[in-house]
Design a protein around this ligand. Structure first.
Ligand code: UDP
Ligand code: MG
Length: 139
């Protein structure tokens, strides 16, 4: 399995508060290259399907509500060991637990509105990238 791509979302909280530019700048400065990027407003059904793996979790309804609450930026990013390196860059799920200097520590609001998504495995990176992009849209 190729491990040079990950999938990310600049979530509705961060895009809505005007932080997308700063976050993309951090991502580029950390050495990630943007392989695909677009803005979209997920429907409830799309958010439900994207987060299917969390369907049984108590936070699932609120997560789906949040992710379909406004537009977001979806991205495919390239970097050696992209999944692991990107998760290091964004920090822990809960911004109060994320290390200082990470994107979630600096731009997240709470454990749900945590500014960015990052894939948790190379397999899921491919699934998530192909959920939003066709092969000819990934450079
Ligand atoms: N989430 C939430 N409440 C929680 C845990 C997670 O609303 O208690 C949301 C949050 O937006 C998180 C997403 O659900 O980013 C997916 O959760 P996961 O455990 O996969 O965290 P991640 O991989 O994003 O760090
Ligand atoms: Mg996850």
């Amino acid at each position: 399995m190729s491990n040079d791509i990950t999938f990310s979302i600049i979530k509705p909280d961060a895009l809505g508060s005007g932080n997308a530019g700063s976050i993309i700048s951090r991502i580029n400065k950390a050495g990630f290259r943007i392989a695909a990027l677009k803005m979209l407003h997920m429907t409830r059904a799309q958010a439900e399907s994207f987060y299917e793996v969390h369907r049984e979790r108590s936070f699932y309804p609120e997560l789906v509500e949040f992710m379909s609450s406004g537009p977001a930026l979806v991205m495919v990013l390239r970097h050696p060991d992209a999944v692991e390196e990107f998760r290091r860059l964004i920090g822990a799920t809960d911004p109060v637990r994320a290390l200082p200097g990470t994107i979630r520590a600096d731009f997240g609001t709470n454990v749900r509105m945590n500014a960015v998504h990052g894939s948790d495995s190379p397999e899921n990176a491919l699934r998530e990238a192909s959920f939003f992009f066709s092969a000819i849209e990934i450079f």
